[in-house]
Design a protein around this ligand. Structure first.
Ligand code: FES
Ligand code: FES
Length: 137
C-alpha cells in the first residue's frame, strides 16, 4: 500500500471496520458530533448484569480516522467492565491504532466522548448518577 499519513492499523480498520451497526436493545447509547463539520459518531453498548460489555457497535459519519477510531474503540471495549471503560482515553485508542496524524487526533477524541455519552446513558438507565462519569474523568 502507498505510504500515506496513516499507520497500517488505521488503514486496516478503515477498510475493514469491526462491529459496525446498531444494537436494538442496547444498555447505553452515546451520540456525539462536531457541529463545525457535521461529523457524527453513535456508540451502542450492551452491558450485562455483572457490568461487563457483552457487545458493542458503532455508526460513524466521518473521516477514515474517525471510522478507524470507532472500530478500534469497539475492540478495546468488548469484555471490559464499566469501571475499566471509564479509564479508557482517546490516547489508548490512538496507541492501539499505532498513531494518528496530529490533525486527526480530534477524531479519536470523538470516540472517547461517544464512550462517555454511552456510559452516562447506561448509568441513567440503571438509576445511578451519570455525573460519576465526569468525576472519574
Ligand atoms: Fe469533523 Fe474532524 S472534521 S471531526
Ligand atoms: Fe471529521 Fe475526522 S471525523 S476529520
Amino acid at each position: 500500500m502507498a505510504k500515506g499519513p496513516y499507520s497500517e492499523k488505521v488503514m486496516e480498520h478503515f477498510m475493514n471496520p469491526r462491529n459496525m451497526g446498531e444494537i436494538e436493545d442496547a444498555s447505553g447509547v452515546g451520540e456525539v458530533g462536531n457541529p463545525a463539520c457535521g461529523d457524527v459518531m453513535k456508540l451502542f453498548l450492551k452491558i450485562n448484569d455483572d457490568g461487563v460489555v457483552e457487545d458493542v457497535k458503532f455508526k460513524t459519519f466521518g473521516c477514515g480516522a474517525a471510522i478507524a477510531s470507532s472500530s478500534m474503540a469497539t475492540e478495546l471495549l468488548k469484555g471490559k467492565t464499566v469501571e475499566e471503560i471509564l479509564e479508557l482515553t482517546n490516547n489508548a485508542i490512538v496507541e492501539a491504532l499505532e498513531g494518528l496524524p496530529p490533525a486527526k487526533i480530534h477524531c479519536s477524541v470523538m470516540a472517547e466522548e461517544a464512550i462517555e455519552a454511552a456510559l452516562k446513558d447506561y448509568y441513567e438507565r440503571v438509576g445511578k448518577d451519570p455525573k460519576i462519569v465526569d468525576e472519574i474523568k
